[in-house]
Design a protein around this ligand. Structure first.
Ligand code: FE
Length: 209
């Protein structure tokens, strides 16, 4: 019976090769890449700035619970597909009407149209982070308005010719939930106005633990 050895034993190697291998392993260990095993224990947890700026924002809500590294871009592009029955069960009637049936809440009635608190706005359907409070402004329209989305947020723009108007609908690119519309009449620096239904979003205050 022939036995094969899949891993060369260090003691059978010549001293020169063995010493070289030991040096390599020591150097690899210092660099954290020994044996091809990636050390994720030193990976920093996503930090949430109390200033809630969009430029340096990470996306912990769309990261996996295990804390594995995953960029906001990759996480946001993962699709969330549910049946209509599931959406009806998981959403409130108002959330369902707006997110799944492209409804619109009445102006000045939503939960966040006048919110000035620092924090994070996410899709009420799938949790994708969409906007931070430092990009919110008072547009006077009666709905939450933002001049910029979070960098990397997956928001899809679609032509909307309903109700005799020419508008651009914005939809969550992860769960296809209707969010609202975008108009080219916002303030600097973008000149854009994301006009979003409160019921399409959840809000997490910046000082929440
Ligand atoms: Fe969504």
């Amino acid at each position: 019976m022939t036995r094969t050895r899949s891993t060369p034993c260090m003691t059978t190697l010549s001293p020169t090769i063995r010493n070289g291998a030991l040096l390599f392993l020591a150097a690899s260990s210092l660099l954290g890449v020994a044996c091809g095993v990636r050390d994720t224990s030193a990976s920093p947890e996503p930090e949430q700035s109390s200033a809630m700026t969009s430029a340096d924002h990470t996306n912990p809500a769309t990261s996996s619970a295990s804390g594995s590294e995953k960029s906001a871009d990759v996480a946001a592009k993962e699709r969330l597909v549910r049946s209509d029955e599931e959406w009806r069960r998981l959403l409130t009637p108002e959330q369902y009407r707006i997110l799944r049936q492209a409804g619109t809440e009445r102006a000045f009635t939503g939960a966040y149209w006048d919110t000035k608190e620092a924090g994070l706005y996410s899709c009420a359907g799938c949790g994708q982070e969409l906007f931070v409070s430092d990009t919110k402004f008072d547009s006077g329209c009666g709905w939450p308005a933002f001049f910029e989305k979070i960098e990397g947020a997956n928001i899809v723009e679609k032509p909307d010719h309903s109700h005799g108007m020419v508008r651009t609908e914005v939809v969550c690119g992860r769960c296809d939930g209707h969010l609202g519309h975008i108009f080219p009449d916002g303030p600097p620096p973008t000149g854009m106005r994301y006009c979003i239904n409160s019921a399409a979003m959840t809000f997490e205050p910046a000082n929440a633990d």
